[in-house]
Every structure is written in structure tokens, then in C-alpha cells.
Design a binder for this molecule. Structure first.
Ligand code: ADP
Length: 480
């Protein structure tokens, strides 16, 4: 099968969150099963810098305000080809891929990602010989117009699959842009791509794609209800038969405690003592008390309401009472950063913060921490708990979305336990979980058994790749 993946971010080219990890790793897993995959992404500066062996495979004289080229190349050492929309008027902007220097969305984001979708549509219908796929797999709102453009196009088309990584981000654009985006006015209605008076990019994808997926079975159910459906629950419940929940894998090369360039010396489940050296290094680096006996918790996250960072802040007394230490690595809401700064000042040597995005530090924390906390109110899949499992950093997670599907609580099912689960949005339940952690941590053999069971989980992409192939086959059958 030949698959064209379309996404706005892709590791190692550009990353703001889990989408990049998925878009970076799934193609390799599909290729390992003998399928051909290309990934189409925007030509942000970091992408062009990292693209190797680039060749021009197509040009556009005019694409939403300027000329564009389509490049084919690959990341250093990558197994699959990356296609890049090189359109400087849209993408040659330093910094965050979606936000301007003032922290708000670029006002032309609708056109930037419509351009990505136009190029995807043209590749999909065979504009470039040898690049015509059987299936187009679109990720998140930035690629949401791809299935819609193809549905309206009239030319023979591949099957389409839409994956939603987070329903909270929907890409709503003014209705006045209909013509400029090349969308038909007759489909601007609830049974189409209209979303409460706006053009809904994600809604367009979810309405017009042949098959839909999201990144865990529990989240697939949650988004069909009003609590987490974000206004799209009716559409999603109506398409329940076309909607699959597939838990993300992780890239076992990039996240490998035995061979991680950020984590030296490496370790595995039989050499957990090495983890103690990484813990000492983290404690030293973040000015924490150098005490191996304290459970060291870490958070690696956007600092937002979704991620329940206020819930954690409200549970910090529980963490301190339990004898714990905490390192927070993240960026996000200024008010939450401020509260964490206050907590750090109130508990020197016990709480440390680092506000920013740093891939290396995220690996070092997974290696050095005893436990990773994921306090999300909703969580489509979540990746940091999976990295935690792989690095023997025991996950402490909220009972929601993909966290439910990937972590088994020690009291709920001792013989299959991999971590601790608490009630989402409930600081008292989180504080109780932190105390439970401290009690088990005080029993080294029980703790090591928990770590080893986590490290033995099958976390790679191969299983998920097989599920995606099934979805692609259903999409082909549905397209007819
Ligand atoms: P989301 O995509 O909703 O932000 P996920 O848990 O699915 O959450 O993925 C987050 C990804 O981003 C993980 O790979 C995590 O390690 C990484 N990450 C989050 N914050 C930071 C940070 N401040 N520095 C480095 N990596 C981070």
C-alpha cells in the first residue's frame, strides 16, 4: 500500500507535542511492514535545515500569496521520504510553528494550512508522477481540509483517513474566507464543514474522511459525549462505526534508556541501579537535596488547564508530606508558571522548575526520576507516561483518555500493575496517589517489580501500525 501522511509537525523536523512524535514514527513502522509512505509537512525553517538530499518534485506559481516548491528529501538516517511545502511567504518564520512573536496565532494560519492541504490534494490525485498514493492520512486540524478538498474535487481520489490527536484544537476560520479557501458555499452547513458559523478545518476532516481515528480507545468513546466532544460529539457519535481508537506507540530508538545519547551511561531493566546515578545527576542539576531516599517526581508537559497543572499545584502539600521531590519541565500559562515559581521558592531543595522546551532535559528527567506525573483533565493518548514506562519512571496518571488504556493501578490490579491512577481533576485523589507512591517506593523490591513490569511493556509502533493498515483497508473499501 502507498500512503501519503499529511501533518503540520513531524519529529525530528519540527515538534510542539505528541503529534510530531506520531508523524515521525508511524511511517517508519508502516515501511517496516513493507508499505510505501511519504510524509508531507510545511517548510518551516527548522524543516528546511534538517532536510537531507532534497530534490524539487513540483512547483506552484501561486499558492495563497506567493510561489511554492514541493521538495522530497529525508531526515538524517530516516527510512522514509519527507515531502516539504517550501513556500517562504507562508512558512519562513522563525519560532513557534503556529504562533507569532506575541504568542497569538498567526492571523493567516487558515491559509498557511490550506496551502498544505492543496499540495496534498494535488499529490493525491496524481499531479506528480510516481507520488500518487492509495490512501491519504491527515492529522489534526492543520490537515483537516485534505479529505474535504478531495471529496469536492471530482477526480478519482485515494481513500482518506482523518486522525484527531486533540479535539480541543479545531482550526476555526471566518466564513468570509470560503471563496479564498476554495471551499464550496453549498457545503457550508452543519452537515458539512460549518462549525457554529465558522469554517471548521477539523470538522471538515471528520465529516468528509472515509475513516476516522483517534489515539486511544477510551478517548474515542469520550469524544462521543458532551463532556469532551467539544461540540463535535454528535458528528462523532453518528460516525462511531467509522471511528477507531489506536493507542500511540513510541519510537523505541529515540526513547531507549540503553542507547540514549542524552542518558549516559545507559541502563535496562536488569541494571536499574544505574538509574540511581541519573537521579543524583538530576538532583544536582536542579538544586534538589541529594537524597536517594526521596521519591523524585517529574512533569514534562505543556503547563495548561488541560494538563491539570493547577490540580498538581493544589496537591503539592501532599507531595511534600509524602517526602517527595518534584522537577517541572514545561512551558505554558504564565499564571501557572508563576505558581510553580512560588512553590519552588516555598520548598527549596524539594521543588524545582525549568520553563522552556528542551528535548535533552526531557530524556534526562525520564531517566533520573522515580515517577512521572500526568495530571490531565483529558488526555487523548499521552506520551510521557509511555516514556516513563520505558525508562522505569513509574507513571502516576489521571483516570482519563489514553492514560486509562496504558497504565494499570497497583491497588486495582497488583499482578498487572504498572503505575498509579487517580481521579482526574481531583487534587485530593492526586495527593493520595502521591502518598501511595511514597509507601511503595519505601519497599525497594516492590518498587523495582513495578518498574520492571513497565519496562517490559510492548510500547513500540508495530502493533499500532497493523491497526492503521486495517483502517486504511476499511477506508479503501468505504470509498468503493
Ligand atoms: P501533548 O501532545 O498534548 O502536548 P503528549 O504527552 O502527547 O502531550 O506529548 C508531549 C510531547 O512533548 C512528549 O514527547 C513530551 O516529552 C514533549 N514535551 C512536552 N513538554 C516538553 C518540554 N518542555 N521540553 C521537552 N519536551 C517536552
Amino acid at each position: 500500500m502507498h500512503v501519503l501522511t499529511v501533518a503540520s509537525e513531524c519529529f525530528p523536523f519540527v515538534k510542539t507535542g505528541g503529534l510530531a512524535d506520531v508523524a515521525g514514527a508511524l511511517p517508519a513502522a508502516l515501511a517496516a511492514r513493507g508499505h510505501r509512505v511519504e510524509t508531507l509537512i510545511p517548510g518551516f525553517p527548522s524543516v528546511l535545515e534538517r532536510l537531507r538530499d532534497a530534490q524539487i518534485i513540483d512547483t506552484y506559481g501561486e499558492l495563497h500569496g506567493g510561489p511554492a516548491r514541493v521538495l522530497a528529501g529525508r531526515a538524517e538516517g530516516a527510512a522514509t521520504t519527507t515531502l516539504v511545502v517550501d513556500a517562504p511567504h507562508l512558512f519562513a518564520r522563525q519560532g513557534h510553528p503556529y504562533l507569532g512573536p506575541d504568542g497569538s496565532e498567526w492571523s493567516d494560519n487558515g491559509f498557511r494550512f490550506a496551502a498544505l492541504a492543496v499540495v496534498a490534494r494535488e499529490l493525491a490525485v496524481g499531479r506528480v508522477a510516481d507520488f500518487r498514493p492509495d490512501v491519504v492520512h491527515a492529522h489534526d486540524w492543520q490537515a483537516g481540509l485534505v479529505p474535504a478538498y478531495l471529496a469536492f474535487d471530482g477526480r478519482p481520489r485515494p481513500a482518506t483517513v482523518m486522525t484527531v490527536h486533540n479535539l480541543a484544537f479545531q482550526g476555526q476560520m471566518p466564513a468570509a474566507w470560503l471563496n479564498a479557501l476554495g471551499l464550496p458555499a453549498w457545503a457550508f452547513r452543519p452537515d458539512g464543514f460549518e462549525y457554529y458559523g465558522s469554517i471548521g478545518f477539523l470538522k471538515a476532516g471528520l465529516y468528509y474522511a472515509d475513516q476516522l481515528t483517534t489515539v486511544s480507545p477510551t478517548y474515542a468513546l469520550e469524544i462521543q459525549g458532551s463532556l469532551w466532544g467539544m461540540g463535535l460529539e454528535g458528528l462523532l457519535a453518528g460516525r462511531a462505526g467509522d471511528l477507531s481508537g489506536i493507542v500511540n506507540g513510541i519510537d523505541l530508538q529515540v526513547w531507549n534508556p540503553a542507547g540514549d545519547p542524552h542518558v549516559q551511561p545507559g541502563y535496562d531493566a536488569d541494571h536499574l541501579a544505574v538509574k540511581g546515578a541519573h537521579k543524583a545527576a538530576v538532583q544536582a542539576r536542579f538544586n534538589l537535596e541529594r537524597d536517594p531516599g526521596r521519591p523524585l517526581f517529574c512533569v514534562i508537559s505543556r503547563l495548561t488547564w488541560q494538563k491539570g497543572m493547577d490540580v498538581l499545584l493544589d496537591a503539592l502539600d501532599g507531595l511534600i508530606d509524602a517526602g517527595g521531590q518534584l522537577v517541572v519541565l514545561g512551558t505554558g500559562d504564565a499564571a501557572m508558571e508563576e505558581r510553580f515559581r512560588g512553590a519552588e521558592a516555598a520548598h527549596p531543595g524539594r521543588i524545582a522548575t525549568w520553563f522552556g522546551y528542551d528535548e535533552g532535559r526531557s530524556h534526562q528527567l525520564q531517566a533520573g526520576a522515580d515517577a512521572v506525573v500526568v495530571a490531565s483533565r483529558f488526555e487523548p493518548c499521552g506520551l510521557t507516561q509511555l516514556y516513563g514506562l520505558r525508562y522505569g519512571s513509574v507513571p502516576v496518571v489521571a483516570r482519563t483518555g489514553g492514560l486509562v488504556d496504558t497504565v494499570v493501578d497497583i491497588d486495582a490490579d497488583p499482578s498487572h500493575a504498572t503505575g498509579f491512577v487517580f481521579d482526574a481533576g481531583d487534587p485530593a485523589s492526586l495527593a493520595a496517589a502521591l502518598r501511595r507512591v511514597a509507601r511503595v517506593f519505601a519497599e525497594p523490591e516492590r518498587w523495582a517489580a513495578l518498574q520492571r513490569r513497565g519496562m517490559a511493556q510492548d510500547l513500540g509502533w508495530d502493533k499500532a501500525a497493523g491497526r492503521y493498515i486495517e483502517v486504511y483497508e476499511r477506508a479503501l473499501a468505504r470509498r468503493g
